[in-house]
Design a binder for this molecule. Structure first.
Ligand code: KIV
Ligand code: ZN
Length: 405
């Protein structure tokens, strides 16, 4: 699916496989990346940032394979990251060739701290590089995204100039990164408003936001930016990523879903519209979260919003009593909306193949007969050792035995 400027909905750009994989210890192999990319497509993300092709041969191969298999005509846009250099951009274009809809995402830092200590370049040099490299990317591919790295700490007037030149050179998405998670929501919202008001050709591009969670504010910053014109959100499953991570996809999507009537007017929709603000199939969220956690080895904290083990659990007597009388007393969203069920069947050594298959299906795993047989043997072995088999055990069986076979 090709992304066009569509200001009345929010584009979800998933960077689990690029920025998410930059989490310490979260390395994924090519097959694992493909498995996640397929699931991201089922989840309904609009853009998959599949990797940084120049970074390593493994990243190149992963981007190329995802472009080949997931980047179909009806599938998501497949994006590859590139620094603002000819080699990076050329390598990304090569890896993206098989995609029906490919995008090059090129970036260069614009904050004085980065210019002085990292790039050792002047503002006018950075301006010229940004313009030239966006133009070069545009000569290789139609869909070009440009990011001024560390925009959150960049001087606004300089930022406006860089963005204007990048758009004039062909960028159709301009992404505003809060690279070090420094801004607070009112500031970040004002930054987006300033860009909308001061970059003369801004209407020719989609405004995107990208942010890290160093102060735990990434999701709040993004929601504020939507109110001021951001229409693409860059995020990761379970919020994984550099340091404290990136904005979490599941939190953004469910905030926009549960509170859509609050956000509708900012997108020019009637306040009472029930229409979804994103293309995400929210019922795929839980399964995607578990898959990413299992394959990256990054555990999800129990009290994590939306996908944590306690997110829908009620412990205190008062809360349990309220929920039993009416769920709305203490629940603002339905567990089923993220793909969980209220199913109380407990699996153990007496359970049969049918109950096993049904539970796996509820968890989002549809196995071939052959794979189901293999998984069922493992399940019975485990059930001899453990009284109750949890959903986590079932996922581990499927992921270990089947997906890595
Ligand atoms: O955090 C950041 O600034 C990035 C850019 C490459 C967009 O990840
Ligand atoms: Zn980042």
């Amino acid at each position: 699916m090709k992304v066009q400027p569509q200001p009345d909905r929010i584009i979800i750009f998933d960077t689990t496989l690029r920025d998410g994989e930059q989490s310490p210890g979260a390395t994924l192999n090519v097959e694992e990346k493909l498995t996640i990319a397929r699931q991201l497509a089922r989840l309904g993300v609009d853009v998959i940032e599949a990797g940084f092709p120049f970074a390593s041969p493994g990243d190149f191969e992963a981007v190329q394979k995802i472009a080949q298999t997931v980047g179909t005509e009806q599938g998501p846009v497949i994006c590859g990251l590139a620094r603002a250099t000819r080699q990076d951009i050329q390598t990304a274009a090569e890896a993206l060739k098989p995609a029906a809809h490919g995008r090059i995402h090129t970036f260069i830092a614009t904050s004085d701290i980065h210019l002085k200590h990292k790039l050792k370049k002047s503002r006018s040099e950075v301006l010229a590089i940004a313009e030239e490299m966006v133009g070069y990317a545009k000569s290789l591919i139609d869909d070009v995204e440009f990011s001024p790295e560390d925009a959150g700490r960049s001087e606004p007037e300089f930022l406006y100039q860089v963005l204007e030149r990048a758009i004039a050179a062909g960028a159709t998405t301009i992404n505003i990164p809060d690279t070090v998670g420094y801004t607070v929501p009112s500031e970040f919202g004002a930054l987006i408003r300033g860009i909308k008001e001061n970059v003369p050709n801004i209407d020719q591009a989609i405004i995107s936001v990208h942010g890290h969670n160093d102060l735990g504010l990434a999701v709040a910053n993004f929601l504020e930016s939507v109110k001021h014109g951001a229409r693409q959100l860059e995020c990761t499953i379970n919020g994984i990523g550099e340091r404290a991570g990136n904005a979490a996809l599941e939190e953004l999507v469910m905030a926009l879903h549960v509170r859509r009537q609050y956000f509708n007017p900012f997108l020019g929709r009637p306040a009472d519209s029930e229409a979804s603000l994103t293309n995400i199939d929210t019922r795929q969220i839980y399964k995607t979260s578990r898959l990413v956690s299992n394959l990256t080895g990054m555990l999800v904290q129990p009290n994590k919003a939306i996908v944590g083990a306690n997110a829908f659990a009620h412990e205190s007597g008062i809360h349990q009593d309220g929920v039993l009388k009416n769920k709305l007393t203490y629940e603002i969203m339905d567990a089923q909306s993220i793909g969980l069920t209220d199913n109380q069947i407990v699996l153990g050594k007496h359970s049969g193949r049918n109950a096993f298959r049904t539970r796996l299906k509820e968890l989002g795993f549809e196995l071939s007969d052959q794979d189901l047989n293999k998984a069922f043997v493992r399940f019975k072995e485990l059930a001899d050792k453990k009284k109750e088999i949890s959903d986590w055990d079932l996922e581990a069986i499927v992921n270990d035995e089947i997906q890595q076979a």
